[in-house]
Write a protein that binds this ligand. Sequence first.
Ligand code: B12
Length: 426
Amino acid sequence: MLSLVLIASLLAFASGKPCDTEGTNSELHLSLNKNLLRSLETQEGLPNPSVHLALRLSNYHNLAKESEHLNRLKNDLHNDIQSSLSSSQSVVGLLALYALALKSSCYDLSTVTFTVNEKSETLLTHLKKQMEDEKEHIAFSQRPLTNYYQYSLGVLALCASGIRVHNHVSNKLIKAVEHEHFKHGDSESIDTNAMAGMALQCVKDTGSHVQKAAELDTALSKIKQKLLASRRTDGHIGNEFSTGLAVQALMAMGTRVAECAASMEAMRTDARSNTYHNPMAISQILPALQQTSYLTVKSKECLNEDDTLVLEPIDPVVDLPSVSKVTVMVEVVASSGAAAVYSVDVPKGSSLLETLELLNGKNVGFTFEKESSLWGPFLSAVNREQARQSDRRYWHLSSDGTALNQGVNDFKIEAAQEITIKNTSY
Ligand code: B12
């Protein structure tokens, strides 16, 4: 009897699609998909190309809303990138996400141009040039101008758009895998490993990397091993927010069901408990749950697409301010090492951002500044001290000694605690 069960499960394993999940989860996917679509209406600031990409990779569509969003990308995001290029900033990540978003809508990329110094060139030419600059910077200082996550996005976007990625550009990524250069702060970056995995798999699939094919294969298996070895007992790969990209990468690299099922389940449990309310998080998780990856943009045809996704009106949620208050101690550690501690009472459930605003309003000497990003507000200055990317510094956030895995807008204060904001080098 036992051997029959064993044979049956082995057969099921052998016939399963990569990372297969049963159809019973489609309602959850649909609800995440609707939340993502709803975010187009509520999100402030620039239209988000990562959200567009996820909407386009989904099985369900609202074609009118997607096409309206495409127009916003082509105007608002385009103008923003144009001004960054005009002031010689490195924006590979954004350029790459813009290209992937356009490609996912089957938009003709050769018609998209930017004008710098009175010279008009296509988006992909600009991306290629920025990748060359990044590559030069790696050769000179062992790291890109931006980061390896964006460098990987650049390789992926060029490759998925049918542009041949120069061997010297992909070689730099292969070397970074070999020397384990993918860091997030001072820990290993699973997100970067995942993005590099998708990028290098794309390069491998084109068959153009013949010279150093063995090195490419070694890098791909190292990434795969790293992702599989980073699985926690609860199924997450890295943390809640890297699991989606990790599963996408594993699927792109041809991993089978048994190896992803627990991670899929972990993400579904997170989704049910509302962990993924930030549209950026949903945009990285949803393709994985629907068993697809950014790599599939390469062959997207946009034919006979579903158009059934409709948004039902939702009852406005009235957030009643919480009556109970908790005390938050805020410790600021400047780059000199000097520390200052402040205390503020906030309604339970406040965001860390609201907490910092309240503290700022108390006029006790605490000030801060933030910058907007695709993930929301990024804390850039505290007590008039900047922590700049150009100096390889940032304000690291932790609570009672544990690093936060969310930013100031998403992290909610549920109990009394000490928040430490430390000017850190990376
Ligand atoms: C690189 C990176 C960093 C670098 C950015 C500088 C650099 N070297 O370029 C550094 C090390 C500074 C960093 C810091 C933090 N990060 Co970070 N970061 C990333 C990573 C790997 C890539 C971001 C990127 O370049 N995207 C591509 C470009 C095109 O998009 P972009 O939005 O324009 O990119 C900018 C922002 O993303 C911003 N940024 C980076 N991290 C974070 C985190 C938050 C919460 C916000 C609002 C913005 C932000 O920096 C990017 C470069 O300018 C992502 C992984 C991912 N899955 O997205 C994690 C990621 C976004 N980071 C994360 C976290 C938690 C943080 C920290 C809060 C960690 C901490 N405990 O302090 C801090 C931010 C604190 C603050 N001051 O507000 C989480 C966010 C999860 C969430 N739900 O919000 C991610 C998803 C990693 C993860 N799986 O946990 N990060």
